[in-house]
Write a protein that binds this ligand. Structure first.
Ligand code: HEC
Ligand SMILES: [Cu+2]
Length: 435
């Protein structure tokens, strides 16, 4: 092999490198941390720019000096040996003072930014409690009485104070575009606050868990919708309402039902089926699905191991699904309401947010993604999720509910009393009505 070979390829390699670099321009960076979208990331980026500038000056200065010295004092044939110097007070003071000054120039803005971003949130901020679970996110708005999961709405232009907690192991809350990241720690509460620029209303951003937390850590994502304060209020109203499929049986009929059951009468009480979802007005803002940028729509391939006849979904009956979920006796398997809260269910098991094992489903259909940003909320995906959540999300703490499905945690296959596909289709119709 010729020793010249590498040289022949050098131009080609250089060209390839340049082409690669150019190819990187014009690509969208939906998760870049360099955007000025909030006061927090603007402050941090200003600091970064300053440090980069100072670092560049130091680098250029040192390199020029170095190259100059190497060249000027290079060994020449027949040249005199280099002069040996021991101790040079002026020089030593100079090279101590200059770096000390540089460190001051770095330290002052750094410490100032730390104090600014670690200070207590300004009074009047919107409080949001973020609770990390293996492997999903709970979002509570204590002042608004809302508990939701995996999709966070915040008003642009208003300061939001996140109280960060964990139910199990350490997680980390990060929305690269908006600022963060900060850990959620089991036995300690952390805080993070920022104000998203007012002109960023009607945007959606990707969020991630960035602290390894177990099997589905990489599947622990979320979405942040930054909306105008008006739209936020409207969204709030919707979320505060009870689940739409849970109308407390109509006012006139209710006493009859109550009496019938008090008397222990076997006589059939006048049935008051819940009104179909279409008859109930659902008010309040939801970020329009059509407006979601493509990088916020989950691309997770749906596991083909789960067989489900999607044709059944068209015939799903939300009232039947409702009966099954609400009246836990109707389900031949672990009832949904042992782990989930659906606010307004008249047979809700009195679960409190603090002990619910799974996400609050009161308005599940108003969320465009589920399972912590893993899948778009579609009937087909929900059906497979209910049938076998473990295959849909490795390690998931939701139990396997489909008949004949294998449960890797219990190491056994579900019997025939578990949910069949038609029952799942009914439950999906009900969930899709929980707007
Ligand atoms: C043993 C407790 C348990 C039972 C029973 C259970 N779930 Fe779950 N469910 C969970 C957990 C935990 C999660 C979160 C899983 C994750 O994202 O990693 C979850 C997630 C979900 C989600 C996704 C929610 C979101 O916003 O991401 C839906 C929908 C859901 N469950 C529906 C149901 C239905 C319907 C039933 C009953 C047929 C049911 N679950 C029964 C524990 C349970
Ligand atoms: Cu994690």
């Amino acid at each position: 092999m010729s020793r010249k070979r590498p040289h022949r390829f050098a131009p080609a390699v250089l060209l390839a490198a340049v082409v690669l670099m150019l190819a990187a321009c014009g690509v969208e960076y939906p998760n870049s941390t360099f955007n000025h979208t909030s006061d927090l990331n603007t402050a941090i980026d200003a600091l970064w720019d300053r440090l980069l500038l100072l670092g560049t000056i130091v680098f250029v200065f040192v390199e020029v000096l170095l190259i100059f010295t190497i060249y000027k004092f290079r060994k020449r044939p027949g040249g005199a040996p280099a002069k040996q110097i021991h101790g040079h007070a002026a020089l030593e003071i100079t090279w101590t003072v200059i770096p000390a000054l540089i460190l001051v120039l770095i330290a002052v803005p750094t410490v100032r930014t730390i104090f600014k971003t670690q200070a207590k949130a300004p009074a009047g901020s919107l409080e949001v409690t973020v609770i990390g679970h293996q492997w999903w996110w709970e979002f509570r708005y204590p002042s608004l009485g809302i508990t939701t999961a995996n999709e966070l709405y915040i008003p642009a232009g208003k300061t939001v104070n996140f109280t960060l907690q964990s139910r199990d192991v350490i997680h980390s809350f990060w929305t690269p575009q908006l600022g963060g990241k900060r850990d959620l720690i089991t036995n300690r509460t952390n805080y993070l606050w920022y104000t998203v620029n007012a002109d960023l209303a009607e945007n959606v951003f990707n969020g991630f868990c960035t602290e390894y937390c177990g099997a589905s850590h990489a599947n622990m994502r979320f979405r942040v919708y930054t909306v105008s304060p008006d739209k936020f209020d409207s969204w709030t109203k919707r979320q505060q309402a009870n689940g739409v499929m849970s109308p407390i049986p109509s006012v006139a009929a209710a006493p009859v039902v109550a009496l019938a059951s008090v008397a222990g009468s076997k006589a059939k009480a006048p049935a008051t089926p819940p009104a179909p979802a279409s008859q109930l007005a659902v008010d309040g803002y939801v970020y329009p699905l059509a407006q979601m940028p493509k990088w916020t729509i989950p691309q997770t391939p749906v596991p083909s191991e789960i067989k489900f006849d999607d044709a059944l979904l068209a015939g799903g009956d939300s009232a039947r699904g409702h009966e099954m979920v609400a009246n836990t006796k109707n389900m031949g398997t672990v009832p949904c309401l042992t782990c989930h809260i659906i606010r307004g269910e008249y047979t809700a098991m009195g679960l409190k947010d603090d002990v619910a094992a799974g996400p609050n489903l009161t308005h599940i259909a108003s969320r465009h993604t589920f399972a912590a940003g893993l899948y778009p909320t579609t009937p087909a995906n929900l059906a497979r999720w209910i049938k076998n959540a473990q295959v849909m999300k490795p390690g998931s703490l939701m139990t396997v509910l489909g008949a004949g499905e294998y449960n890797p945690m219990l190491k056994k296959t579900n019997g025939s009393t578990a949910l069949d596909d038609r029952q799942i289709a009914d439950i999906v119709a009900y969930l899709m009505a929980l707007k």
